[in-house]
Design a protein. Structure first.
Length: 261
């Protein structure tokens, strides 16, 4: 029996050595150690994978398992680690099947919905939505994720950025991956819909920018033609911008980079 709280992950190539496997009580302490550690993501992931491995070997699938996978999923999400996030979500889906395991099913069902939506996997999305229980459908975080998914599917950029402002849990982290796509959609729509100058301040707000300066740089890099009103306030010239609006090669949003991880 191993009593080491800190233990690195090693891929098994032979039957596990029982003297190197930590029992549940030690794994509880190991999780606490990772949670309070100030080390970087790679270190924490290594420790968590080691905890998961020891649990798998001992067929531990209970509240502790849920805690480990939920913590790792949140950590992976914040660090945009697609591979680990998907692994954790898949395992959690199985663990939630036993209601005695507890956990935050609604929170992670929402992340699962958002992942499919931002990657335009509509068939997969519809399948996930169809499997939601009536209880999950009533949870606010799931309702939010469904509304976000709908805004992405319909290109409703105004609704998308309003929803971002009220995103629960870590929904906003996933929504950030769709900013480029939704902003570009919004710019194209505004350039076609408006006949007169549009205040850049307004455009900035609608497209979810924290500051006008950031929106100015983004608009210019995407071919928007800017001018100003008589009072000096910056304005977007929609008619002049319509034919010039384009998506820079380097701005192929965070989704592609996220998928490649």
């Amino acid at each position: 029996m191993c009593t080491d709280v800190q233990k690195g992950y090693f891929r098994l190539t032979r039957p596990p050595d029982a003297t190197k496997i930590r029992p549940k009580l030690v794994l509880v302490e190991a999780l606490k150690f990772v949670q309070v550690s100030s080390k970087d993501y790679n270190f924490k992931t290594d420790q968590l994978k080691s905890i998961r491995q020891d649990m798998t070997i001992q067929n531990i699938e209970d509240e502790l398992s849920v805690q480990v996978y939920e913590y790792h999923a949140r950590l992976a999400l914040c660090n945009r680690d697609m591979a680990e996030l998907n692994l954790c979500l898949t395992k959690l889906h199985c663990l939630y099947g036993n209601k005695r395991n507890g956990g935050h099913h609604g929170e992670f069902a929402a992340y699962d919905i958002l992942l499919s939506a931002i990657q335009d996997k509509n068939t997969e999305l519809m399948s996930k939505l169809g499997r939601l229980s009536s209880d999950l459908k009533q949870q606010e975080t799931v309702k939010h994720a469904k509304e976000v998914a709908h805004s992405i599917q319909t290109g409703n950029y105004a609704s998308f950025f309003k929803l971002y402002k009220v995103a629960p849990n870590l929904n906003g982290y996933l929504m950030c991956l769709c900013f480029e796509k939704m902003r570009f959609e919004g710019l194209k729509c505004m350039a076609k819909a408006y006949a007169t100058k549009i205040p850049v301040k307004y455009v900035s707000k609608i497209l979810g920018f924290a500051a006008v300066d950031g929106s100015v740089d983004w608009l210019k890099s995407h071919g928007a033609v800017l001018s100003s009103f008589e009072n000096g306030e910056m304005a977007l010239l929609p008619k002049d911008s319509t034919a010039l609006v384009s998506k820079p090669e380097l701005a192929a949003d965070g989704i592609r980079a996220f998928q490649a991880r």
